[in-house]
Design a protein around this ligand. Structure first.
Ligand code: GLA
Length: 381
């Protein structure tokens, strides 16, 4: 049993004097395919061995309790008429899941929940989806709701839309729920069907570098991007940009601002890059994969405009080292991690050079993570 699981379990027992059910729900990385999920496109994520543990069980009082151990924060609440909380931001992930389950006429009784995680906050590894999935999975077990994993991820996504206020796509919830050991998932966000790819590069690996910044307003910028894409899709008379080609977009260029044209173009190109990346992995062509990853960053930085100076700096550092085949920002953007495809033997050297350069440039540290690709949300026995 991992350390965070032991902690969550013990805290639950101390506080509620009963044995909880334990759930582990992982964070995710994404190889390529950024901001394509809510456009019906392809993404290429994988669940990782960092995540959130949920200890959960029925309450024997007429109230429910939630404790976030990492934040040393707790909240007592009733199940009816839950509204998003302005004071306790993390509680919205729990409240949101409850409210969405109730909308689906799933009956819940009062419960207690303790959560503890080891995903660095704001790293772009999706602690939010891990938490939502952990909560819905736990409630499904405790109250025998009979939900499928697919139903659960849509509950998680709606919780994020309606209680957290981020109009996210389905990538994070899918990857966290359906992750498989040593595999990445090429997910078609239109059909919600994925193909697994075993990731075993022998001489190369993915390494994450956290800028340790999260710029404010990133949530509203995220929703703005989504709205812009939907506007372009509407002008093209299609449901999502997945259905558009570059030629289609050129035809309506005059109707668009140059900014929105570039954003839609980025999405169309990134969907194509993601499919090409899967091919490159199939062919074991890591040079090609690396080029696609660099091109993805270029698009996120210059066309979609969701990067920031710290992320761009880390990617520029990577470009200076020929042993780094590709690097890009990962996740929603405006901070968090870069994902780097590096030759194993050159990794230590690259990390040391980059860490020093980052410190010199920004007078703060970046953090390096080596993650393993791991199983999705599951019960811990
Ligand atoms: C966040 C969202 C995802 C996805 C990424 C960008 O992580 O939650 O749905 O849109 O940003 O690819």
């Amino acid at each position: 049993m991992s350390l965070i699981t032991k902690d969550a379990k013990q805290a639950y027992i101390n506080k509620f004097k009963s044995e909880p059910i334990l759930v582990f729900s992982p964070g995710r990385i994404n190889i390529i395919g950024e901001h394509t999920d809510y456009n019906g496109g392809f993404v290429f994520p994988a669940a990782v061995n960092l995540g959130i543990v949920v200890a959960i069980g029925k309450s024997n009082t007429n109230k429910s309790n939630a404790i976030a151990l990492d934040l040393n924060s707790s909240i007592t609440f009733e199940l009816n008429n839950l509204k998003p909380s302005k004071q306790v931001a993390w509680a919205n992930y729990v409240f949101g899941v409850i409210a969405e389950l109730q909308k689906e006429n799933k009956h819940l009784d009062n419960f207690n929940i303790v959560v503890k995680g080891n995903i660095p906050a704001g790293s772009g590894m999706s602690s939010s989806a891990a938490l939502e999935n952990g909560v819905v999975f736990g409630l499904n077990e405790v109250f025998n709701l009979g939900l499928t994993k697919t139903e659960m991820i849509f509950i998680s996504q709606k919780a994020e839309h309606n209680f957290v206020g981020v109009k996210c796509g389905i990538m994070d919830q899918y990857a966290s729920m359906f992750g498989a050991k040593n595999n990445a998932l090429l997910l078609d966000c239109k059909s919600i069907k994925a193909k697994s790819y075993e990731i075993d590069f022998k001489n190369h690996q993915f390494v994450l570098i956290n800028t340790n910044v999260k710029h404010s307003l990133s949530d509203s910028a995220y929703n703005d991007r989504r709205a812009a894409c939907e506007k372009v899709a509407k002008l093209l008379n299609i449901t999502t940009l997945r259905e558009a080609t570059e030629r289609d977009l050129q035809k309506i260029e005059a109707l668009l601002t140059p900014e929105n044209y570039q954003k839609a173009l980025y999405v169309i190109q990134e969907i194509e890059r993601t499919q090409k990346a899967a091919k490159a992995i199939e062919n074991n062509n890591l040079q090609k994969l690396g080029k696609l990853i660099y091109a993805s960053h270029n698009g996120l930085q210059n066309q979609y405009k969701v990067s920031c100076k710290e992320l761009d700096f880390l990617v520029d550092q990577a470009k200076k080292d020929k042993n780094v085949l590709g690097a890009r920002m990962m996740g929603g953007g405006f901070g968090g991690c870069t994902i780097n495809l590096i030759e194993n033997d050159s990794t230590a050297n690259f990390i040391s050079t980059t860490s020093k350069a980052y410190k010199k440039e920004f007078n703060k540290d970046c953090t390096v993570y080596f993650v393993k690709l791991a199983t999705g949300t599951h019960l811990v026995e």
